[in-house]
Design a binder for this molecule. Structure first.
Ligand SMILES: Nc1ncnc2c1ncn2[C@@H]1O[C@H](COP(=O)(O)OP(=O)(O)OP(=O)(O)O)[C@@H](O)[C@H]1O
Length: 175
Protein backbone atom coordinates (compact mmCIF):
# COMPACT_ATOMS: atom_id res chain seq x y z
CA UNK A 1 0.00 0.00 0.00
CA UNK A 2 1.05 3.58 -0.64
CA UNK A 3 -0.24 6.46 1.46
CA UNK A 4 -0.26 9.54 -0.77
CA UNK A 5 -0.66 12.85 1.03
CA UNK A 6 -1.64 15.97 -0.88
CA UNK A 7 -2.84 19.49 -0.07
CA UNK A 8 -2.49 23.17 -0.87
CA UNK A 9 0.95 24.78 -0.41
CA UNK A 10 1.69 25.56 3.23
CA UNK A 11 -1.23 23.53 4.59
CA UNK A 12 1.00 21.32 6.79
CA UNK A 13 2.17 18.32 4.74
CA UNK A 14 5.79 18.49 5.84
CA UNK A 15 4.82 19.07 9.48
CA UNK A 16 2.68 15.92 9.30
CA UNK A 17 5.51 13.92 7.69
CA UNK A 18 8.02 15.03 10.34
CA UNK A 19 5.61 13.97 13.09
CA UNK A 20 5.05 10.62 11.37
CA UNK A 21 8.81 10.06 11.14
CA UNK A 22 9.15 10.79 14.88
CA UNK A 23 6.38 8.37 15.82
CA UNK A 24 7.53 5.64 13.40
CA UNK A 25 11.20 5.93 14.32
CA UNK A 26 13.22 2.92 13.20
CA UNK A 27 10.43 1.74 10.89
CA UNK A 28 10.86 4.45 8.27
CA UNK A 29 13.55 5.42 5.79
CA UNK A 30 13.53 8.37 3.42
CA UNK A 31 13.63 12.15 3.25
CA UNK A 32 11.62 15.31 3.63
CA UNK A 33 12.15 18.85 2.37
CA UNK A 34 11.71 21.88 4.58
CA UNK A 35 11.84 25.64 4.36
CA UNK A 36 14.92 27.60 5.32
CA UNK A 37 14.21 31.06 6.75
CA UNK A 38 16.48 34.02 7.35
CA UNK A 39 17.12 34.36 11.10
CA UNK A 40 16.77 38.16 11.09
CA UNK A 41 13.92 38.80 8.68
CA UNK A 42 12.15 35.42 8.95
CA UNK A 43 11.80 35.55 5.16
CA UNK A 44 11.95 32.21 3.35
CA UNK A 45 15.27 31.99 1.53
CA UNK A 46 15.33 28.38 0.36
CA UNK A 47 14.66 24.71 0.93
CA UNK A 48 16.72 21.92 2.39
CA UNK A 49 16.42 18.17 2.03
CA UNK A 50 16.81 16.11 5.21
CA UNK A 51 17.13 12.31 5.40
CA UNK A 52 16.22 9.86 8.15
CA UNK A 53 19.94 9.00 8.16
CA UNK A 54 20.70 12.49 9.46
CA UNK A 55 22.02 14.06 6.24
CA UNK A 56 20.97 17.57 5.19
CA UNK A 57 21.56 19.73 2.16
CA UNK A 58 20.34 23.18 1.10
CA UNK A 59 19.19 22.44 -2.48
CA UNK A 60 17.10 25.45 -3.49
CA UNK A 61 17.86 29.07 -2.75
CA UNK A 62 17.10 32.60 -3.89
CA UNK A 63 20.88 32.98 -4.11
CA UNK A 64 21.51 29.99 -6.41
CA UNK A 65 21.97 30.61 -10.13
CA UNK A 66 20.49 27.68 -12.00
CA UNK A 67 18.72 26.77 -15.22
CA UNK A 68 16.18 25.05 -12.99
CA UNK A 69 13.94 27.70 -11.45
CA UNK A 70 10.77 27.50 -9.39
CA UNK A 71 9.55 31.02 -8.70
CA UNK A 72 12.61 32.94 -7.52
CA UNK A 73 14.40 29.82 -6.26
CA UNK A 74 17.32 28.30 -8.14
CA UNK A 75 17.40 24.52 -7.74
CA UNK A 76 20.72 22.69 -7.40
CA UNK A 77 19.83 19.20 -8.58
CA UNK A 78 23.09 17.63 -7.43
CA UNK A 79 22.66 18.91 -3.90
CA UNK A 80 19.17 17.38 -3.80
CA UNK A 81 20.44 14.07 -5.21
CA UNK A 82 23.33 13.88 -2.74
CA UNK A 83 20.85 13.30 0.10
CA UNK A 84 17.66 11.99 -1.54
CA UNK A 85 19.19 9.40 -3.88
CA UNK A 86 21.53 8.00 -1.28
CA UNK A 87 18.73 7.28 1.18
CA UNK A 88 16.32 5.98 -1.49
CA UNK A 89 18.96 3.61 -2.87
CA UNK A 90 19.37 2.24 0.64
CA UNK A 91 15.57 2.05 1.01
CA UNK A 92 15.27 -0.11 -2.13
CA UNK A 93 17.08 -2.86 -0.21
CA UNK A 94 14.95 -2.57 2.93
CA UNK A 95 11.56 -3.87 1.87
CA UNK A 96 10.27 -4.17 5.45
CA UNK A 97 10.64 -0.42 6.12
CA UNK A 98 8.17 2.31 5.18
CA UNK A 99 9.72 4.62 2.59
CA UNK A 100 9.05 8.33 3.21
CA UNK A 101 9.23 10.71 0.24
CA UNK A 102 8.35 14.37 0.93
CA UNK A 103 7.94 15.75 -1.55
CA UNK A 104 7.39 14.72 -5.15
CA UNK A 105 7.20 18.30 -6.44
CA UNK A 106 8.48 20.53 -9.23
CA UNK A 107 11.89 21.14 -7.65
CA UNK A 108 12.59 17.51 -6.88
CA UNK A 109 11.37 16.25 -10.27
CA UNK A 110 14.09 18.22 -12.09
CA UNK A 111 16.31 15.26 -11.14
CA UNK A 112 16.16 12.46 -13.74
CA UNK A 113 17.77 10.04 -11.30
CA UNK A 114 15.07 10.86 -8.73
CA UNK A 115 12.33 10.27 -11.34
CA UNK A 116 13.89 6.89 -12.17
CA UNK A 117 14.16 5.66 -8.59
CA UNK A 118 10.68 6.99 -7.89
CA UNK A 119 9.30 4.82 -10.70
CA UNK A 120 11.08 1.78 -9.26
CA UNK A 121 9.55 2.38 -5.84
CA UNK A 122 6.08 3.71 -6.64
CA UNK A 123 5.15 1.21 -9.33
CA UNK A 124 6.27 -1.80 -7.30
CA UNK A 125 3.42 -2.94 -5.03
CA UNK A 126 5.80 -4.63 -2.58
CA UNK A 127 7.10 -1.28 -1.26
CA UNK A 128 5.29 0.44 1.60
CA UNK A 129 5.37 4.19 1.07
CA UNK A 130 4.23 7.45 2.60
CA UNK A 131 4.69 10.22 0.01
CA UNK A 132 3.49 13.77 -0.55
CA UNK A 133 2.44 15.26 -3.89
CA UNK A 134 1.25 18.76 -4.81
CA UNK A 135 -2.49 19.36 -5.16
CA UNK A 136 -2.00 19.97 -8.89
CA UNK A 137 -0.53 17.61 -11.51
CA UNK A 138 2.75 19.49 -12.01
CA UNK A 139 4.27 16.51 -13.87
CA UNK A 140 2.98 13.31 -15.54
CA UNK A 141 4.58 11.28 -12.73
CA UNK A 142 2.54 13.17 -10.13
CA UNK A 143 -0.61 12.37 -12.11
CA UNK A 144 0.30 8.67 -12.23
CA UNK A 145 1.11 8.56 -8.51
CA UNK A 146 -2.21 10.21 -7.65
CA UNK A 147 -3.98 7.32 -9.43
CA UNK A 148 -1.94 4.37 -8.13
CA UNK A 149 -4.10 1.26 -7.76
CA UNK A 150 -2.47 0.43 -4.39
CA UNK A 151 -2.61 4.08 -3.26
CA UNK A 152 -4.71 5.73 -0.56
CA UNK A 153 -4.99 9.45 -1.34
CA UNK A 154 -5.42 11.80 1.61
CA UNK A 155 -5.86 15.57 1.33
CA UNK A 156 -4.61 17.66 4.25
CA UNK A 157 -6.99 20.49 5.11
CA UNK A 158 -7.18 22.96 8.00
CA UNK A 159 -10.09 20.93 9.34
CA UNK A 160 -8.41 17.51 9.37
CA UNK A 161 -4.71 18.28 9.83
CA UNK A 162 -4.71 17.77 13.58
CA UNK A 163 -6.39 14.36 13.33
CA UNK A 164 -4.36 12.97 10.46
CA UNK A 165 -1.30 11.92 12.45
CA UNK A 166 -3.23 9.35 14.49
CA UNK A 167 -5.35 8.27 11.50
CA UNK A 168 -2.31 7.65 9.30
CA UNK A 169 -0.52 5.81 12.12
CA UNK A 170 -3.54 3.48 12.28
CA UNK A 171 -3.36 3.00 8.51
CA UNK A 172 0.31 2.03 8.70
CA UNK A 173 -0.64 -0.85 10.98
CA UNK A 174 -2.44 -2.38 7.99
CA UNK A 175 0.73 -2.17 5.89
N1 LIG B 1 -1.53 21.17 12.36
C1 LIG B 1 -1.06 22.43 12.29
N2 LIG B 1 -1.58 23.40 13.07
C2 LIG B 1 -1.13 24.66 13.00
N3 LIG B 1 -0.15 25.09 12.18
C3 LIG B 1 0.41 24.18 11.36
C4 LIG B 1 -0.02 22.80 11.37
N4 LIG B 1 0.71 22.13 10.44
C5 LIG B 1 1.54 23.03 9.90
N5 LIG B 1 1.37 24.25 10.44
C6 LIG B 1 2.14 25.48 10.09
O1 LIG B 1 1.89 25.80 8.73
C7 LIG B 1 3.11 26.18 8.07
C8 LIG B 1 3.33 25.35 6.84
O2 LIG B 1 3.50 23.99 7.20
P1 LIG B 1 4.26 22.94 6.28
O3 LIG B 1 5.60 23.44 5.88
O4 LIG B 1 4.18 21.64 6.99
O5 LIG B 1 3.31 22.92 4.99
P2 LIG B 1 3.47 22.17 3.62
O6 LIG B 1 2.10 21.77 3.21
O7 LIG B 1 4.48 21.09 3.72
O8 LIG B 1 4.01 23.30 2.69
P3 LIG B 1 4.73 23.22 1.25
O9 LIG B 1 3.66 23.47 0.28
O10 LIG B 1 5.74 24.30 1.31
O11 LIG B 1 5.32 21.84 1.12
C9 LIG B 1 4.21 26.06 9.10
O12 LIG B 1 4.52 27.34 9.58
C10 LIG B 1 3.62 25.19 10.18
O13 LIG B 1 4.13 25.52 11.45
Amino acid sequence: MKIIITGEPGIGKTTLIKNLVKRLKGKVIGFWTEEVRDEKTNQRTGFRVVSTEGKKSLFASKLFTSKYLVGSYGVNVQRFESVALEVLQKALKEKDKIIVIDEIGKMELFSKKFREILEQIMFNPSYKVIATIPIRDVHPLVKAIRRLPDGVLIEVTKENRNMLLEEILKLTQTF
